[in-house]
Design a protein around this ligand. Structure first.
Ligand SMILES: [Zn+2]
Length: 486
């Protein structure tokens, strides 16, 4: 695996030899050295290894412990005993030094591990490049280890509500099984952005990102305060809590469970938006609540956060996010253009996140999908589909893999996409975007299924509990300000 740029190289050295993301000054210094062309990567590696901090970190670890540490720092998983024995043996017999060990492990990594490393380096780089030096936290998590259960989500929303005067939390309905549905509103601006997440129960990361978004938007930063003057942001997180609870049951080993994508009346909520078909609130109270909140706030843009399967381009990169505006021919052209501006604003926002790979979603004209149905009813919409669905499905099938590095990167991407739209609306740039730029975004790549992507024997299942099992521990909870996520 070739590291892509100087920031990734420096970041990988920090993770390997110091066990943390680079702080902003450290990253900038070593990047400058590397890019000057006068200092080799090997010399920088030796300088970092020789630093007091690295010496202390490395001195505490014998070769087996060091191998374990590298697996966790690079691939966000514990190695198997055979992997530890193999690599530690090569160090102990003098074949590999510690520097060569790290490089050799990257070279030998499976596709699955490479993806985890790539996701982790991207999150680490985003953090190092955006946090202020005085706010840098060496303990900053770079992966998403847990999801909020329904109870933890409600507790987190209530915590945000009590922490932030700028946020209003209101129950706007309840699911078939009686779980509450909330809207969280931040801001008083004349423009309104509405975001719904997780209409499909097994598509959870938009919900995690929405919590970070609410915390940022309701916070005390000058940027957030200014944004709130211009934009009212209405978030409906986890529209299908019953489905998510069923997905959790599947991950825990439950069988013969109704498809967690659907609500508990076996309805696909995102097929209930055709304005010419009366919505039956007994069958689909969740989407009835969405429509009621749309009616109440009349948003200038409605964004619907989902997950899709894996799609890989000819250059080998995987699509991380595909999006599409309303395409039913009955939708007013100006509303379609607003959706097009929204995807362009996401494209701009994701420029600073190297993990992101944005494409156009090839959606149908079906009027029952929120993207089209709300459009036919006069609301501009954008459907967002992030990768991750196949991984969630693998977990539900009992495959014990650790997706926390990928989940961290996708959650950060989701956060940046939503925040990017809100910021673009607030600054007035949104209105200036040429909607035809959306048509220049590449179409979604070809589908690739899980087995083909990773091969049956190319990844090593962890012996541990799968870490994406939702727990009632909001450890990823909520960062303050924009410091970062994950
Ligand atoms: Zn979906």
């Amino acid at each position: 695996m070739e590291l892509q740029n100087s920031a990734q190289i420096v970041q990988s050295l920090y993770l390997a030899y110091i066990g943390r993301a680079a702080d902003p000054d450290g990253l900038a210094y070593w990047q400058g050295q590397l890019e000057s062309g006068e200092v080799s990567t090997e010399a920088i590696e030796q300088a970092i290894i020789g630093s007091d901090e690295a010496s202390g970190y490395l001195a505490e670890l014998d070769s087996g412990e060091y191998v374990r540490s590298l697996y966790n720092q690079y691939f966000e998983r514990d190695p198997g005993d055979d992997e530890v024995a193999y690599w530690a043996g090569r160090v102990d017999n003098g074949e590999l030094g510690r520097a060569n060990l790290a490089n050799s492990m990257i070279d030998a990594a499976s596709e699955f591990d490479r993806e985890a490393l790539s996701a982790k380096l991207a999150v680490a780089n985003y953090y190092s490049q955006n946090v202020a030096q005085e706010d840098y936290d060496a303990q900053q998590a770079l992966a998403l280890d847990n999801l909020h259960s329904n109870e933890a989500l409600y507790a987190a929303l209530q915590q945000l509500d009590s922490d932030h005067e700028a946020m209003t939390l209101e129950q706007v309905g309840e699911s078939v099984e009686g779980n509450p549905l909330y809207s969280a509103v931040v801001g008083t601006g004349p423009q309104t952005l509405m975001i719904a997440t997780q209409q499909h129960g097994d598509e959870p990361l938009g919900t995690e990102a929405a919590l970070y978004l609410l915390d940022y938007l309701a916070g005390d930063s000058a940027e957030a305060q200014a944004l709130r003057e211009e934009v009212t942001v209405v978030v409906m997180p986890r529209v299908n809590p019953d489905g998510f609870a069923r997905w959790q049951e599947q991950v825990a080993g439950g069988e013969d469970i109704l498809d967690p994508r659907r609500n508990s009346n076996d309805i696909d909520l995102n097929r209930t938006y055709d304005p010419s078909v009366p919505n039956d609130p007994d069958l689909a109270p969740e989407s009835a609540a969405v429509r009621q909140v749309v009616e109440q706030y009349q948003p200038d843009l409605f964004v619907d956060m989902h997950h899709q399967n894996n799609y890989r381009s000819t250059d080998g990169s995987l699509d991380t996010l595909s999006a599409l505006w309303a395409t039913n021919e009955g939708v007013d052209a100006s509303l379609m253009e607003t959706g097009q501006r929204a995807i362009v604003s996401i494209d701009q926002a994701l420029e600073e996140f190297e993990h992101a790979n944005l494409t156009l979603y090839p959606g149908s004209d079906n009027p029952a999908i929120g993207r089209n149905g709300l459009g036919l009813d006069g609301t501009a919409t954008l459907l967002v589909e992030q990768r991750g669905l196949q991984e969630m499905d693998q977990l539900a099938q009992g495959v014990e893999l650790d997706y926390s590095a990928l989940a961290g990167a996708l959650t950060l991407e989701s956060y940046l996409a939503m925040k990017g739209i809100a910021e673009s609306m607030a600054s007035g740039e949104f209105e200036q975007i040429d909607p035809s730029l959306a048509l220049e975004i590449p179409e979604r790549s070809d589908s690739i299924d899980f087995a083909e992507l990773y091969g049956d024997d190319q990844y090593v299942p962890t012996e541990d509990e799968p870490t994406m099992v939702a727990e009632e521990v909001p450890t990823l909870g909520i960062q303050h300000d924009d410091a970062l996520i994950a």
